[in-house]
Design a protein around this ligand. Structure first.
Ligand code: PAF
Length: 284
């Protein structure tokens, strides 16, 4: 596995590598969820193709009050995890490499980005779209893998790729969970013992919602109340949003038809966790 810090080195490294090139963008602090994305990339690339992982903590997707400075950066460990998971090339650019000090161009997705997390993190998707665009230009992948835990990010990236006519296949990676159900996230390590114990309430609430949907519940208000009742049972949980939306448009559903996305964002202290449940082909 080769590690490149500069764009020129990465491009030169890629020239001698066979296609397809399958790309997994990350901010590092890798966990089993990321590794499952790298394995998916390996499967899509096949034995001969090339798997590229980027590790870059992107300043422009953090608001000034957020955790950019303290975001974990265990690079040596990340590199050995990438090697074990089957990456061929890892791109670890410095900030100066990715962002001119007087940069004045940003990539904005102006529909899906306004919903859900876009309301509490209005800067976030412009930062993500801009950095992912740059990474796509540098890596020029045939396909890229994004996790479904960040369901809205995946939807926004798909829209960006469609609207900017990029010939890049976007591959979704299923959510990977801890044994107790908590969705894996690099930010889980911020949780203290009691918050970590209570954080399982997100997946428990989604499980309750799934059972209700399986039993035929189609009223978003009643479903939302079930979710809120469960979340409010965790004393440390501070709800950012509980939304029941269409998984394509990300807009609230007046009544649940054949598909639904339940999306949650909940604070535990200064750590904001997200989780979701997407169900398609529901009997109507
Ligand atoms: O999901 C992430 O880790 C980041 O938002 C991404 C896609 C690597 C862009 O910085």
């Amino acid at each position: 596995m080769d590690v490149h810090e500069s764009i020129e080195e990465l491009r030169a490294g890629l020239r001698s590598r066979p296609r397809p090139v399958v790309f997994v963008p990350t901010m590092g602090a890798l966990h089993a969820g990321h590794l499952s994305l790298v394995r998916l990339a390996r499967i899509r690339a096949g034995e001969r193709g090339t798997v590229v992982v980027s590790i870059f903590v992107n300043p422009s997707q953090f608001a000034p009050h957020e955790d950019f400075a303290t975001y974990p950066r265990p690079l040596a460990n990340d590199l050995s995890l990438c090697r074990e998971a089957g990456a061929d090339l890892v791109f670890t650019p410095a900030r100066e490499m990715m962002e001119a000090p007087d940069a004045s161009v940003r990539v904005l997705e102006e529909d899906l980005s306004r919903e859900l997390c876009g309301k509490s993190r209005p800067h976030f998707f412009a930062g993500v779209c801009t950095v992912v665009s740059k990474l796509f230009h540098v890596v020029a992948p045939d396909a890229a893998v994004f996790g479904e835990k960040d369901f809205q990010q995946l939807a926004v990236i798909r829209r960006m790729v469609r609207d900017l006519l990029w010939p890049i296949e976007i591959i979704p990676g299923p959510i990977v969970r801890e044994a107790d159900g908590l969705a894996m996230s690099s930010r889980n390590q911020y949780l203290d013992g009691e918050s970590r114990r209570q954080a399982v309430v997100l997946s428990r609430a989604l499980h309750i919602a799934r059972t209700a949907l399986d039993q035929g519940e189609r009223d978003p208000q009643r479903l939302r109340k079930l979710l809120l009742d469960e979340l409010q049972g965790a004393p440390l949980a501070r709800i950012d949003y509980v939304e029941i939306v269409d998984p394509d448009a990300l807009r609230p559903l007046p009544v649940i038809g054949s598909q639904v996305l339940i999306a949650l964002a909940v604070w535990f202290g200064s750590t904001r966790l997200i989780d979701n449940l997407c169900m398609r082909n529901l009997p109507t």
